[in-house]
Each structure stands twice: as C-alpha cells, then as structure tokens.
Design a protein. Structure first.
Length: 177
C-alpha cells in the first residue's frame, strides 16, 4: 500500500474511484444520507484540495485508489476530518494508515484539534478512531457522535470524563451527552 497526498490534479480521479468502490451503506455512513451519486457541487468540494486549508491523503494498492482521508480547516486551529475506504479493502488496515498519515499532515499544517461527526451505526469508524487517536473524545449528540482529538496533548485539558471513557473502552452503553 502506498499513501500519498492529493492535490487538485490528482484528487478528481481518486475521489471518483473511491466513491465508486463504496456500497450504498458505506456511502450513507460517510455522507450521513443516501448518496447514490456525487453532485457536481459535492465533487467540487471534495476535489478542491489545496494542501493548506483542505488536505487529503489517498491509499493506493497496485496503483488503484482504495481510500481517502481528508481534513478541512474550520478555524485557525481546528479541522474537520473524514475517511472513506472502498468496501473491498475495509478492515484491512487501510483506514488506520490513512488516519495516521492525515494526522501527521494536520500537525504539519498547524492544526491543534481534529473533529468530526460519526453516525452511531458506524462502528467501524468509531473503532478506528479509538485505535489510532488515543484519548479521542467521543460525545453523543442528537443524531451523531462528535469526535474531538487534540493533536497537542501538552496543552490539552484532560477531564475526569475523558479518563473514565478511556478506562471503560467507551462501550456502547457508555455514551453520555
């Protein structure tokens, strides 16, 4: 597996290939709604990778794109993240490698905190962030689970709830809002 950063020239082919490799269920979990096709505006957003405000990494196997992880800055210090891995390569370490690489890119770009929304049904993504992002904060919202991950633990405030969640393994019954 080879993981490389995307840019505006390489993103369109990777976005199209990964989207096509997602089942209807995987698309729903990634986009939080039924998404049978990418609209022109959604595709434009996903391919507008400038390497500073919007960065993305792509995993390729045999030259074929099999996953993308991206971050889009939402503030001076924060960035929203998303990960998609084609169905045939899920649960084979692709998501882990993508998230590790994306975290390194985010740190290099000066991002202090990663955040995102995950559907409660997306147990694969929740397990992935628990493995790759030690100490990730998972907060149950109305329809999603919000993840927050400070990249600079030296300056992060760790609460009692964070410690309890870390020790309990954050099982299905442990989500509190």
């Amino acid at each position: 597996m080879r993981v490389t950063e995307l840019n505006r020239d390489t993103a369109p082919e990777a976005v199209d290939a990964v989207f096509e490799g997602l089942s209807a269920r995987s698309r729903y979990l990634r986009f939080h709604s039924p998404t049978p096709r990418l609209t022109a505006s959604a595709r434009r957003v996903l391919t507008d990778v400038d390497g500073e405000r919007h960065a993305a990494v792509c995993a390729r196997i045999g030259g074929d794109p099999v996953g993308i992880a991206r971050m889009i800055k939402t503030s001076e210090c924060g960035a929203e993240i998303a990960v998609a891995v084609v169905d045939l390569w899920q649960r084979r370490g692709v998501g882990r490698r993508l998230l590790e690489e994306l975290t390194a890119v985010a740190a290099r770009l000066g991002v202090a905190e990663l955040h995102g929304d995950v559907l409660p049904d997306n147990q694969g993504m929740l397990a992935l962030v628990r493995k790759v992002l030690p100490g990730v904060r998972l907060i149950k919202e109305e329809d999603t689970i919000q993840l927050r991950y400070p990249l600079a633990w030296v300056t992060a405030e760790i609460t009692d709830a964070d410690l309890v969640n870390g020790l309990s393994g954050f099982g299905p019954g442990a989500l509190h809002g």
